[in-house]
Write a protein that binds this ligand. Structure first.
Ligand SMILES: [Mg+2]
Length: 195
């Protein structure tokens, strides 16, 4: 979702703060110390992966259980405060929905995902919403993609995965034989169907 259906730097910043706070609580660290540890780990993982790394995977590799992170971010971040409906995006998705089944594929949890869909006013446009809660799996685990695909009874070549992080969203999909489309934000989705 983030970076694909919306770009909201303030929301991203709020998630970063939530990540520092989560590590600080979980490992009983000073908040400023937690911030340094999270950012250093994030950089290290980005170097390894050769691409950007979300806070969810950064905290996971620091030993924070996903459920702990999700509980904290639900409490601390309300995406609805940072997002407004994008009529062009909605129109584009409506257009795509005539021919394709649409699904959301996110490492976030059910509650935050629902808040985002509400705030963007995109309810009813998605046939399925897959979150961490669906299978207790995170991208880039290929099993997440396989299980979601099975729910659509689709073959890999019939699926197009749209995402903004190559290493997390797209590389595993491509390895499974799915088609991929890399975006820098919703503008790239809108631009793709306007002509
Ligand atoms: Mg994203």
């Amino acid at each position: 979702m983030d970076g694909t259906l919306y770009c909201a730097p303030e929301l991203r910043k709020k998630y970063a703060d939530a990540a520092y706070q989560t590590l600080s609580h979980y490992k009983k660290l000073d908040p400023s110390q937690a911030r340094i540890i999270v950012e250093e780990k994030k950089k290290e993982l980005e170097k390894q992966a050769g691409g950007s790394m979300p806070y969810t995977l950064t905290l996971k590799s620091l030993g924070v259980p996903i459920e702990v992170w999700h509980k904290e971010n639900i409490k601390y971040v309300d995406p609805g405060q940072f997002l407004v409906p994008d009529m062009k995006l909605k129109k584009t998705l409506k257009f795509l929905k005539k021919e394709y089944k649409l699904a959301i594929f996110t490492n976030n949890n059910d509650i935050q995902t629902e808040r985002v869909i509400q705030a963007l006013n995109l309810k009813s446009l998605f046939d399925r919403v897959f979150t961490y809660n669906s299978f207790k799996l995170l991208k880039p685990d290929p099993e997440f993609f396989r299980r979601a695909m099975a729910q659509f009874e689709a073959r890999p070549e019939e699926c197009l995965i749209v995402g903004d992080r190559y290493n997390v969203d797209l590389a595993p999909a491509r390895n499974l034989g799915m088609q991929i489309y890399e975006v820098k934000g919703p503008r790239d989705i809108i631009g793709s169907t306007s002509s």
